[in-house]
Design a protein around this ligand. Structure first.
Ligand code: SAM
Length: 312
């Protein structure tokens, strides 16, 4: 999977790409990323990317022309006139850019596929148009389910706004969707792009050491059943099934006067699974009761939940 990031602050992404799982994924070629400096697509002495808003009012607006040129340099035409993507040119690349691998077909999204992704369709000559995403506080909410959808795409462009935002014509002409990482306003889209990349790339096969772990975390998609028939040590993040994760502990067994729950120390695997499931239900009920509506709950879960509710 390949990300293209369009930004006025290309340096922002250096540390993001040089640390942790993402660094390894980039080094191993599981993920590719290129950062494109918007100012490289300006034509005046001051490399101007913004201008005052029509109609007056506060702040400045990112001009359409440099963004349009940045996108066109990636082979992205206006939506009505879709063309095959080309390898980017003339911009700042943090990660060496190899020839783009042939795009694989879009995998069906686990959540209902958003209409916007329809634009990532074949152009008729076997190439796919990248999905162009505008980071915006006004966008559709970015969730774990949506991260799974993005992880199923092969080529994604993230446009980072600044100031009061981006000239709306960029959204209308080039973007497949607006995406928001939460109901608050950031100063720029760079942090949002980093969040989207981080949450998405760890769902790409091979990126996490343990293939299954993404499935079993908070908001995971795995089946919620307690695996009573499974032998051996319970997986570290067992069956989130749309619930929040359970609490994790490591050594020492006592810290700050608090002991690790006894059940985790005695090697009773079934007991551990049951305890973890109960904790997931408890935490979800306390912090995110809304998630219970769509969680995959077994009969045993329902009973546990009833007991938890009665205790509260
Ligand atoms: N005037 C805009 C509004 O009220 O929605 C806010 C613009 S904000 C100061 C500048 C840029 O930050 C936006 O263009 C967008 O790219 C990014 N941004 C801000 N909040 C965001 C959010 N919650 N999710 C994604 N991007 C966001």
């Amino acid at each position: 999977m390949r990300f293209e990031i369009v930004t006025i602050f290309p340096g922002f992404f250096t540390s993001i790409f040089e640390n942790g799982i993402l660094r390894r994924a980039l080094a191993e070629g599981l993920v590719e990323a290129a950062v494109h400096d918007l100012r490289a697509f300006t034509h005046d002495r001051h490399r101007t990317v913004d201008d005052r808003p029509f109609g007056g009012g506060e702040g400045m607006v990112l001009k359409a022309q440099p963004i349009a040129e940045a996108l066109e340099s990636l082979g992205i035409a206006q939506k009505a006139n879709t063309v095959a993507p080309a390898v980017s040119q003339g911009t700042t690349s943090v990660v060496p850019k190899d020839q783009l691998k042939e795009d694989r077909a879009l995998a069906p999204a686990e959540s209902p596929a958003p209409k916007e992704s329809d634009s990532s369709a074949s152009d008729g000559i076997g190439c796919l148009r990248p999905t162009v995403i505008l980071l915006s506080a006004q966008g559709r909410p970015f969730t774990q389910a949506f991260a799974r959808h993005i992880a199923s795409l092969s080529h994604v462009v993230l446009i980072c706004g600044r100031y009061e935002g981006v000239d709306e014509r960029i959204n209308e002409l080039y973007c497949d969707m607006e995406l928001s990482i939460g109901d608050y306003v950031l100063s720029g889209g760079e942090l949002a792009a980093a969040v989207v990349i981080d949450a998405t790339m760890r769902l790409i096969p091979g990126v996490l050491g343990n293939e299954a772990s993404g499935e079993f975390e908070s908001f995971g998609s795995a089946d919620a059943e307690i695996a009573t028939d499974v032998d051996g040590v319970p997986r570290s993040q067992h069956g989130a099934g749309g619930l929040l994760d359970y609490p994790h502990y490591t050594r020492p067994a006592e810290f700050g006067g608090l002991k690790v729950p006894e059940v985790l120390l005695n090697g009773d695997h079934l007991g551990i699974r049951r305890w973890r499931r109960e904790q997931q239900l408890k935490k979800t009920l306390k912090n995110r009761p809304d998630l219970l509506e769509n969680a995959a709950l077994s009969k045993e879960d329902e009973k546990l939940l009833e007991v938890i509710r009665q205790k509260n």
